[in-house]
Design a protein around this ligand. Structure first.
Ligand SMILES: NC(=O)c1ccc[n+]([C@@H]2O[C@H](COP(=O)([O-])OP(=O)(O)OC[C@H]3O[C@@H](n4cnc5c(N)ncnc54)[C@H](O)[C@@H]3O)[C@@H](O)[C@H]2O)c1
Length: 449
Protein backbone atom coordinates (compact mmCIF):
# COMPACT_ATOMS: atom_id res chain seq x y z
CA UNK A 1 0.00 0.00 0.00
CA UNK A 2 1.02 3.61 -0.37
CA UNK A 3 1.25 5.27 3.02
CA UNK A 4 2.06 8.74 4.33
CA UNK A 5 2.94 9.42 7.96
CA UNK A 6 2.74 13.04 9.12
CA UNK A 7 4.96 13.70 12.13
CA UNK A 8 8.23 11.80 12.14
CA UNK A 9 8.90 11.50 15.87
CA UNK A 10 9.13 8.45 18.14
CA UNK A 11 5.79 7.15 16.90
CA UNK A 12 5.78 8.34 13.28
CA UNK A 13 9.28 7.19 12.45
CA UNK A 14 8.73 3.75 13.95
CA UNK A 15 5.32 3.41 12.27
CA UNK A 16 6.62 4.54 8.88
CA UNK A 17 9.73 2.40 9.03
CA UNK A 18 7.98 -0.79 10.15
CA UNK A 19 5.28 -0.37 7.49
CA UNK A 20 8.01 0.08 4.85
CA UNK A 21 9.76 -3.03 6.17
CA UNK A 22 6.59 -5.03 5.55
CA UNK A 23 6.61 -3.98 1.89
CA UNK A 24 4.57 -0.77 1.78
CA UNK A 25 5.71 2.46 0.11
CA UNK A 26 5.99 5.02 2.87
CA UNK A 27 6.58 8.77 2.85
CA UNK A 28 7.39 10.29 6.24
CA UNK A 29 6.53 14.00 6.50
CA UNK A 30 7.66 16.46 9.15
CA UNK A 31 7.70 20.24 9.44
CA UNK A 32 11.13 20.07 11.08
CA UNK A 33 13.41 20.62 8.06
CA UNK A 34 16.61 19.79 9.97
CA UNK A 35 15.15 16.45 11.07
CA UNK A 36 14.08 15.57 7.52
CA UNK A 37 17.43 16.60 6.02
CA UNK A 38 19.20 14.49 8.66
CA UNK A 39 16.99 11.48 7.90
CA UNK A 40 17.73 11.84 4.20
CA UNK A 41 21.43 11.59 5.09
CA UNK A 42 20.70 8.52 7.22
CA UNK A 43 20.89 10.30 10.60
CA UNK A 44 18.35 8.92 13.06
CA UNK A 45 17.02 11.69 15.33
CA UNK A 46 16.17 9.39 18.27
CA UNK A 47 17.68 6.36 19.93
CA UNK A 48 15.45 3.30 19.60
CA UNK A 49 17.03 -0.18 19.51
CA UNK A 50 17.03 -1.66 15.98
CA UNK A 51 15.52 1.43 14.34
CA UNK A 52 18.61 2.79 12.54
CA UNK A 53 19.24 -0.43 10.67
CA UNK A 54 15.62 -0.65 9.50
CA UNK A 55 15.52 3.00 8.39
CA UNK A 56 18.76 2.63 6.43
CA UNK A 57 17.65 -0.59 4.71
CA UNK A 58 14.22 0.65 3.70
CA UNK A 59 15.50 4.07 2.60
CA UNK A 60 18.18 2.38 0.50
CA UNK A 61 15.59 0.10 -1.11
CA UNK A 62 13.38 3.09 -1.92
CA UNK A 63 10.39 2.04 0.23
CA UNK A 64 10.93 4.82 2.80
CA UNK A 65 11.34 8.48 1.85
CA UNK A 66 11.29 11.75 3.78
CA UNK A 67 9.92 15.19 2.97
CA UNK A 68 8.76 18.44 4.51
CA UNK A 69 6.24 18.88 1.71
CA UNK A 70 2.95 17.55 3.05
CA UNK A 71 0.96 17.99 -0.16
CA UNK A 72 3.54 16.08 -2.20
CA UNK A 73 3.97 13.51 0.58
CA UNK A 74 0.30 12.53 0.68
CA UNK A 75 -0.42 12.89 -3.08
CA UNK A 76 -0.14 9.16 -3.80
CA UNK A 77 -1.06 7.81 -0.37
CA UNK A 78 -4.13 5.64 0.21
CA UNK A 79 -3.75 5.96 3.97
CA UNK A 80 -2.42 9.04 5.79
CA UNK A 81 -1.40 8.64 9.42
CA UNK A 82 -1.28 11.68 11.70
CA UNK A 83 1.43 11.11 14.35
CA UNK A 84 2.22 14.65 15.48
CA UNK A 85 2.78 15.49 19.13
CA UNK A 86 -0.17 16.28 21.41
CA UNK A 87 1.65 17.82 24.39
CA UNK A 88 0.06 19.17 27.52
CA UNK A 89 -1.60 22.56 27.08
CA UNK A 90 -1.59 25.26 29.77
CA UNK A 91 -5.02 24.15 31.02
CA UNK A 92 -3.83 20.53 31.47
CA UNK A 93 -5.71 19.30 28.40
CA UNK A 94 -4.06 18.02 25.23
CA UNK A 95 -2.72 20.66 22.85
CA UNK A 96 -4.24 19.64 19.53
CA UNK A 97 -2.91 22.51 17.44
CA UNK A 98 -0.63 20.14 15.51
CA UNK A 99 -3.51 17.80 14.69
CA UNK A 100 -5.74 20.64 13.49
CA UNK A 101 -2.93 22.19 11.42
CA UNK A 102 -2.12 18.91 9.74
CA UNK A 103 -5.81 18.09 9.20
CA UNK A 104 -6.38 21.41 7.47
CA UNK A 105 -3.32 20.91 5.24
CA UNK A 106 -4.42 17.39 4.32
CA UNK A 107 -7.93 18.62 3.49
CA UNK A 108 -6.53 21.38 1.29
CA UNK A 109 -4.32 18.93 -0.59
CA UNK A 110 -6.79 16.04 -0.98
CA UNK A 111 -6.83 15.02 -4.62
CA UNK A 112 -8.67 11.70 -4.26
CA UNK A 113 -10.50 9.83 -1.48
CA UNK A 114 -8.16 8.73 1.30
CA UNK A 115 -8.32 7.28 4.79
CA UNK A 116 -6.91 9.69 7.38
CA UNK A 117 -5.87 7.87 10.56
CA UNK A 118 -5.18 9.65 13.84
CA UNK A 119 -2.34 7.82 15.56
CA UNK A 120 -1.54 10.58 18.01
CA UNK A 121 -3.11 10.23 21.45
CA UNK A 122 -6.13 12.53 21.34
CA UNK A 123 -9.10 13.31 23.62
CA UNK A 124 -12.45 11.73 22.92
CA UNK A 125 -14.25 13.70 20.24
CA UNK A 126 -11.14 14.66 18.26
CA UNK A 127 -11.98 12.29 15.42
CA UNK A 128 -15.42 13.81 15.06
CA UNK A 129 -14.08 17.36 15.29
CA UNK A 130 -11.34 16.71 12.72
CA UNK A 131 -13.91 15.26 10.35
CA UNK A 132 -16.02 18.42 10.75
CA UNK A 133 -13.04 20.72 10.15
CA UNK A 134 -11.81 18.82 7.11
CA UNK A 135 -15.27 18.53 5.56
CA UNK A 136 -15.42 22.34 5.37
CA UNK A 137 -12.24 22.42 3.28
CA UNK A 138 -11.94 19.14 1.34
CA UNK A 139 -13.29 18.82 -2.17
CA UNK A 140 -13.28 15.01 -2.28
CA UNK A 141 -14.73 12.48 0.17
CA UNK A 142 -12.48 11.03 2.87
CA UNK A 143 -12.65 8.95 6.04
CA UNK A 144 -11.17 9.75 9.43
CA UNK A 145 -10.27 6.81 11.66
CA UNK A 146 -8.52 6.37 14.97
CA UNK A 147 -5.73 3.88 15.57
CA UNK A 148 -4.15 4.42 18.99
CA UNK A 149 -0.49 3.59 19.41
CA UNK A 150 0.57 1.32 22.28
CA UNK A 151 4.30 1.03 21.61
CA UNK A 152 6.79 1.24 24.45
CA UNK A 153 9.86 3.36 23.82
CA UNK A 154 12.89 1.10 24.08
CA UNK A 155 10.94 -1.84 22.61
CA UNK A 156 9.05 0.02 19.90
CA UNK A 157 10.06 -2.12 16.92
CA UNK A 158 9.18 -5.33 18.70
CA UNK A 159 5.88 -3.87 19.88
CA UNK A 160 5.03 -2.81 16.37
CA UNK A 161 5.90 -6.16 14.85
CA UNK A 162 4.18 -8.19 17.57
CA UNK A 163 1.39 -6.01 18.94
CA UNK A 164 -0.68 -7.35 21.84
CA UNK A 165 -3.63 -6.01 19.87
CA UNK A 166 -4.46 -3.49 17.17
CA UNK A 167 -7.35 -1.15 17.92
CA UNK A 168 -9.13 0.80 15.20
CA UNK A 169 -11.98 3.25 15.59
CA UNK A 170 -13.99 3.64 12.39
CA UNK A 171 -17.38 4.83 11.15
CA UNK A 172 -17.54 2.46 8.15
CA UNK A 173 -16.61 -1.26 8.03
CA UNK A 174 -14.77 -0.73 4.71
CA UNK A 175 -12.23 1.45 6.52
CA UNK A 176 -11.65 -1.29 9.10
CA UNK A 177 -11.05 -3.72 6.21
CA UNK A 178 -8.44 -1.43 4.66
CA UNK A 179 -6.65 -1.08 7.98
CA UNK A 180 -6.89 -4.82 8.63
CA UNK A 181 -5.20 -5.47 5.32
CA UNK A 182 -2.38 -3.11 6.31
CA UNK A 183 -1.88 -4.70 9.73
CA UNK A 184 -2.48 -8.33 8.71
CA UNK A 185 1.28 -9.14 8.40
CA UNK A 186 1.70 -8.21 12.07
CA UNK A 187 -1.32 -10.17 13.29
CA UNK A 188 -0.17 -13.63 12.27
CA UNK A 189 0.05 -14.93 15.82
CA UNK A 190 -3.66 -14.57 16.54
CA UNK A 191 -3.30 -11.09 17.96
CA UNK A 192 -6.72 -9.47 17.98
CA UNK A 193 -7.71 -6.72 15.57
CA UNK A 194 -10.35 -4.82 17.49
CA UNK A 195 -12.86 -2.66 15.64
CA UNK A 196 -14.89 -0.07 17.53
CA UNK A 197 -16.14 3.51 17.25
CA UNK A 198 -13.55 6.30 17.05
CA UNK A 199 -14.75 7.53 20.46
CA UNK A 200 -14.10 4.14 22.08
CA UNK A 201 -10.71 3.86 20.38
CA UNK A 202 -9.71 7.33 21.58
CA UNK A 203 -10.81 6.41 25.09
CA UNK A 204 -9.03 3.04 25.00
CA UNK A 205 -5.63 4.66 24.72
CA UNK A 206 -6.23 6.94 27.70
CA UNK A 207 -7.72 4.18 29.84
CA UNK A 208 -4.69 1.97 29.15
CA UNK A 209 -2.28 4.70 30.21
CA UNK A 210 -4.35 5.66 33.24
CA UNK A 211 -4.35 2.10 34.51
CA UNK A 212 -0.61 1.66 33.94
CA UNK A 213 0.18 4.96 35.66
CA UNK A 214 -2.15 4.00 38.51
CA UNK A 215 -0.23 0.75 39.01
CA UNK A 216 3.03 2.68 39.28
CA UNK A 217 1.67 5.21 41.76
CA UNK A 218 0.05 2.38 43.71
CA UNK A 219 3.23 0.37 44.15
CA UNK A 220 5.24 3.52 44.91
CA UNK A 221 2.84 4.40 47.71
CA UNK A 222 3.02 0.83 49.02
CA UNK A 223 6.84 0.89 48.82
CA UNK A 224 6.96 4.05 50.91
CA UNK A 225 4.68 2.35 53.44
CA UNK A 226 6.85 -0.78 53.42
CA UNK A 227 9.87 1.32 54.17
CA UNK A 228 8.54 2.96 57.32
CA UNK A 229 7.23 -0.37 58.63
CA UNK A 230 10.41 -2.32 57.79
CA UNK A 231 8.65 -4.57 55.27
CA UNK A 232 10.50 -5.33 52.05
CA UNK A 233 8.54 -4.36 48.95
CA UNK A 234 10.39 -6.94 46.89
CA UNK A 235 9.06 -9.70 49.11
CA UNK A 236 5.62 -8.10 49.05
CA UNK A 237 5.75 -8.03 45.22
CA UNK A 238 6.51 -11.75 45.21
CA UNK A 239 3.74 -12.28 47.70
CA UNK A 240 1.11 -10.60 45.57
CA UNK A 241 2.35 -11.17 42.01
CA UNK A 242 1.60 -14.89 41.86
CA UNK A 243 -2.06 -14.07 42.34
CA UNK A 244 -3.25 -14.15 38.76
CA UNK A 245 -5.68 -11.31 39.37
CA UNK A 246 -2.69 -9.14 40.26
CA UNK A 247 0.42 -10.29 38.36
CA UNK A 248 3.91 -8.79 38.34
CA UNK A 249 3.80 -6.30 35.49
CA UNK A 250 4.19 -2.61 36.17
CA UNK A 251 4.48 -3.10 39.88
CA UNK A 252 8.10 -2.02 40.31
CA UNK A 253 8.64 0.79 42.78
CA UNK A 254 10.87 3.60 41.62
CA UNK A 255 11.28 7.32 41.27
CA UNK A 256 7.92 7.99 39.64
CA UNK A 257 6.77 7.76 36.06
CA UNK A 258 7.87 10.24 33.42
CA UNK A 259 8.15 10.35 29.67
CA UNK A 260 6.11 11.98 26.96
CA UNK A 261 2.91 10.02 27.57
CA UNK A 262 1.83 9.13 31.12
CA UNK A 263 2.10 12.57 32.75
CA UNK A 264 0.32 14.44 29.96
CA UNK A 265 -2.22 11.69 29.26
CA UNK A 266 -3.26 11.42 32.91
CA UNK A 267 -3.69 15.21 33.01
CA UNK A 268 -5.63 15.15 29.74
CA UNK A 269 -8.06 12.64 31.28
CA UNK A 270 -8.38 14.82 34.38
CA UNK A 271 -9.16 17.74 32.08
CA UNK A 272 -11.65 15.68 30.05
CA UNK A 273 -13.47 14.60 33.20
CA UNK A 274 -13.55 18.06 34.79
CA UNK A 275 -14.76 19.72 31.62
CA UNK A 276 -17.85 17.48 31.80
CA UNK A 277 -18.43 18.12 35.50
CA UNK A 278 -16.93 14.85 36.77
CA UNK A 279 -14.43 14.64 39.61
CA UNK A 280 -11.61 12.29 38.52
CA UNK A 281 -10.54 11.46 42.09
CA UNK A 282 -8.37 8.48 41.24
CA UNK A 283 -6.44 10.15 38.45
CA UNK A 284 -5.89 13.24 40.57
CA UNK A 285 -4.39 11.00 43.24
CA UNK A 286 -2.26 9.08 40.71
CA UNK A 287 -0.79 12.36 39.49
CA UNK A 288 -0.27 13.73 43.01
CA UNK A 289 1.42 10.54 44.24
CA UNK A 290 3.69 10.62 41.22
CA UNK A 291 4.72 14.23 41.70
CA UNK A 292 5.58 13.45 45.33
CA UNK A 293 7.46 10.29 44.36
CA UNK A 294 9.82 12.26 42.13
CA UNK A 295 11.04 14.02 45.32
CA UNK A 296 11.62 10.88 47.39
CA UNK A 297 15.10 10.09 46.12
CA UNK A 298 16.29 13.65 46.64
CA UNK A 299 14.89 13.64 50.18
CA UNK A 300 16.86 10.46 50.94
CA UNK A 301 20.08 12.03 49.66
CA UNK A 302 19.46 15.28 51.49
CA UNK A 303 18.61 13.50 54.75
CA UNK A 304 21.76 11.39 54.55
CA UNK A 305 23.89 14.54 54.34
CA UNK A 306 21.77 16.28 57.02
CA UNK A 307 20.52 18.81 54.50
CA UNK A 308 24.03 20.01 53.69
CA UNK A 309 24.68 19.26 50.04
CA UNK A 310 26.75 22.34 49.25
CA UNK A 311 30.01 21.27 47.69
CA UNK A 312 29.08 17.55 47.78
CA UNK A 313 29.67 15.64 44.57
CA UNK A 314 26.71 13.50 43.58
CA UNK A 315 26.89 11.05 40.68
CA UNK A 316 23.68 10.23 38.82
CA UNK A 317 23.44 7.09 36.70
CA UNK A 318 20.51 7.11 34.27
CA UNK A 319 18.85 10.23 32.91
CA UNK A 320 16.32 9.01 30.35
CA UNK A 321 12.83 8.48 31.77
CA UNK A 322 13.38 4.76 31.30
CA UNK A 323 16.06 2.44 29.89
CA UNK A 324 16.66 1.84 26.18
CA UNK A 325 15.56 5.31 25.10
CA UNK A 326 17.17 8.75 24.90
CA UNK A 327 13.84 10.42 25.75
CA UNK A 328 14.14 12.77 28.74
CA UNK A 329 10.69 14.36 28.53
CA UNK A 330 9.40 14.64 32.14
CA UNK A 331 12.23 12.36 33.29
CA UNK A 332 12.30 12.06 37.10
CA UNK A 333 16.13 12.24 36.97
CA UNK A 334 15.82 15.88 35.94
CA UNK A 335 13.70 16.72 39.00
CA UNK A 336 16.42 15.16 41.15
CA UNK A 337 19.20 17.04 39.33
CA UNK A 338 17.36 20.37 39.71
CA UNK A 339 16.99 19.80 43.45
CA UNK A 340 20.65 18.79 43.86
CA UNK A 341 21.85 21.85 41.93
CA UNK A 342 19.56 24.13 43.94
CA UNK A 343 21.27 22.87 47.12
CA UNK A 344 24.73 23.60 45.74
CA UNK A 345 25.79 20.03 44.95
CA UNK A 346 28.14 19.25 42.09
CA UNK A 347 26.44 16.77 39.81
CA UNK A 348 28.24 14.27 37.57
CA UNK A 349 25.96 12.38 35.21
CA UNK A 350 26.06 9.35 32.98
CA UNK A 351 23.48 7.80 30.68
CA UNK A 352 24.18 5.41 27.79
CA UNK A 353 22.02 7.38 25.32
CA UNK A 354 20.49 10.53 26.80
CA UNK A 355 23.60 12.64 27.57
CA UNK A 356 23.25 14.89 24.51
CA UNK A 357 19.60 15.67 25.25
CA UNK A 358 20.48 16.53 28.86
CA UNK A 359 23.45 18.65 27.81
CA UNK A 360 21.13 20.65 25.54
CA UNK A 361 19.15 21.70 28.65
CA UNK A 362 21.79 21.98 31.39
CA UNK A 363 24.88 23.10 29.43
CA UNK A 364 27.82 23.66 31.78
CA UNK A 365 25.85 23.13 35.00
CA UNK A 366 26.66 19.39 35.01
CA UNK A 367 29.71 17.22 34.39
CA UNK A 368 28.90 14.73 31.61
CA UNK A 369 30.64 11.38 31.66
CA UNK A 370 30.76 8.83 28.84
CA UNK A 371 31.22 5.95 31.23
CA UNK A 372 29.46 5.04 34.49
CA UNK A 373 32.78 4.80 36.34
CA UNK A 374 33.77 8.28 35.16
CA UNK A 375 30.70 9.76 36.84
CA UNK A 376 31.50 8.33 40.27
CA UNK A 377 35.09 9.57 40.49
CA UNK A 378 35.38 11.44 43.78
CA UNK A 379 31.63 11.25 44.37
CA UNK A 380 30.14 11.48 47.85
CA UNK A 381 27.15 9.47 46.69
CA UNK A 382 25.88 7.58 43.66
CA UNK A 383 22.20 7.85 42.76
CA UNK A 384 20.60 5.47 40.28
CA UNK A 385 17.62 7.09 38.56
CA UNK A 386 17.13 4.78 35.54
CA UNK A 387 17.70 1.03 35.49
CA UNK A 388 19.80 0.55 32.36
CA UNK A 389 21.06 -3.04 32.10
CA UNK A 390 24.65 -1.79 32.03
CA UNK A 391 24.27 -0.71 35.68
CA UNK A 392 23.24 -4.10 37.01
CA UNK A 393 26.58 -5.80 37.44
CA UNK A 394 29.30 -3.22 37.99
CA UNK A 395 32.63 -3.96 39.66
CA UNK A 396 31.79 -2.84 43.18
CA UNK A 397 35.45 -2.84 44.26
CA UNK A 398 36.20 -0.35 41.48
CA UNK A 399 33.19 1.71 42.56
CA UNK A 400 34.44 1.82 46.14
CA UNK A 401 37.91 2.79 45.02
CA UNK A 402 36.69 5.59 42.78
CA UNK A 403 34.10 7.11 45.09
CA UNK A 404 34.96 9.49 47.87
CA UNK A 405 32.41 7.70 50.05
CA UNK A 406 30.71 4.36 49.30
CA UNK A 407 27.15 5.66 49.46
CA UNK A 408 24.49 4.43 47.01
CA UNK A 409 20.87 5.56 46.61
CA UNK A 410 19.22 3.04 44.37
CA UNK A 411 16.06 4.62 42.96
CA UNK A 412 15.21 1.53 40.91
CA UNK A 413 16.13 -1.31 43.29
CA UNK A 414 18.80 -2.53 40.90
CA UNK A 415 21.09 -3.88 43.66
CA UNK A 416 20.60 -6.31 46.50
CA UNK A 417 20.63 -4.44 49.85
CA UNK A 418 22.21 -7.31 51.79
CA UNK A 419 25.09 -7.67 49.35
CA UNK A 420 25.65 -3.94 49.22
CA UNK A 421 25.94 -3.72 53.00
CA UNK A 422 28.21 -6.79 53.08
CA UNK A 423 30.50 -5.08 50.59
CA UNK A 424 30.71 -2.05 52.84
CA UNK A 425 28.31 0.31 51.10
CA UNK A 426 25.87 2.62 52.77
CA UNK A 427 22.83 1.70 50.74
CA UNK A 428 19.22 2.77 50.40
CA UNK A 429 16.69 1.37 47.96
CA UNK A 430 13.01 2.09 47.47
CA UNK A 431 10.89 0.26 50.02
CA UNK A 432 13.67 -2.23 50.77
CA UNK A 433 14.83 -3.48 54.14
CA UNK A 434 18.52 -2.72 54.53
CA UNK A 435 20.38 -4.79 57.15
CA UNK A 436 22.64 -3.10 59.70
CA UNK A 437 26.30 -3.27 58.71
CA UNK A 438 28.20 -5.97 60.65
CA UNK A 439 31.63 -4.34 60.56
CA UNK A 440 32.29 -0.87 61.88
CA UNK A 441 34.08 0.10 58.67
CA UNK A 442 30.93 1.01 56.77
CA UNK A 443 29.86 4.59 57.17
CA UNK A 444 26.61 4.63 59.14
CA UNK A 445 23.60 6.13 57.44
CA UNK A 446 23.20 9.52 59.02
CA UNK A 447 19.48 9.36 58.79
CA UNK A 448 16.70 7.37 57.15
CA UNK A 449 14.48 9.25 54.73
N1 LIG B 1 6.39 8.37 22.32
C1 LIG B 1 5.63 7.35 22.68
O1 LIG B 1 6.10 6.38 23.30
C2 LIG B 1 4.17 7.31 22.31
C3 LIG B 1 3.46 6.10 22.47
C4 LIG B 1 2.10 6.09 22.14
C5 LIG B 1 1.48 7.24 21.68
N2 LIG B 1 2.20 8.38 21.55
C6 LIG B 1 1.52 9.57 21.03
O2 LIG B 1 1.91 9.76 19.68
C7 LIG B 1 2.00 11.16 19.37
C8 LIG B 1 3.38 11.51 18.88
O3 LIG B 1 4.29 11.27 19.93
P1 LIG B 1 5.87 11.28 19.69
O4 LIG B 1 6.51 10.85 20.97
O5 LIG B 1 6.19 10.55 18.44
O6 LIG B 1 6.11 12.86 19.46
P2 LIG B 1 7.42 13.58 18.93
O7 LIG B 1 7.42 14.91 19.56
O8 LIG B 1 8.60 12.67 19.07
O9 LIG B 1 7.15 13.73 17.35
C9 LIG B 1 6.17 14.54 16.81
C10 LIG B 1 6.66 15.02 15.46
O10 LIG B 1 5.59 15.73 14.81
C11 LIG B 1 6.16 16.81 14.12
N3 LIG B 1 5.10 17.81 13.86
C12 LIG B 1 4.44 18.56 14.76
N4 LIG B 1 3.57 19.36 14.13
C13 LIG B 1 3.67 19.10 12.80
C14 LIG B 1 3.03 19.60 11.65
N5 LIG B 1 2.11 20.57 11.75
N6 LIG B 1 3.37 19.09 10.45
C15 LIG B 1 4.33 18.12 10.36
N7 LIG B 1 4.97 17.61 11.43
C16 LIG B 1 4.65 18.10 12.64
C17 LIG B 1 7.25 17.31 15.03
O11 LIG B 1 8.20 18.10 14.33
C18 LIG B 1 7.83 15.98 15.54
O12 LIG B 1 8.89 15.52 14.72
C19 LIG B 1 1.57 11.88 20.65
O13 LIG B 1 0.19 12.13 20.59
C20 LIG B 1 1.87 10.86 21.73
O14 LIG B 1 1.05 11.05 22.87
C21 LIG B 1 3.53 8.45 21.85
Amino acid sequence: MKIAVIGTGYVGLVQGTCLAESGNDVVCVDKDAAKIEGLKRGEIPIYEPGLAELVHRNARDGRLTFTTDLAAGIAEAEIVFIAVGTPQADDGGADLSGVWAVGRQIAESLNEPKVIVIKSTVPVGTNAELTRLMTKVAKVPFDVANNPEFLKEGAAIEDFNKPDRVVVGVRRPEVAETLHELYAPFLRTDRPFLVMSPESAEMTKYVANCLLAAKISFINEMANLCEVYQADVNDVRRGIGHDQRIGFHFLHPGVGYGGSCFPKDIRAVIHMAKSRGLNPRMMLAVDEVNEAQKEVLFRKVSAHFRGDLAGKTIAVWGLAFKPRTDDIREAPALVLIDALLAEGAEVRVHDPEAIDNVRAIYGKKLTYCDRPYGAIEGADALVIATEWNEFRNPDFEVIKRLMHRPVVFDGRNVFDPERMVEMGFVYQGMGRVVPEPKAAEAEPAESQA
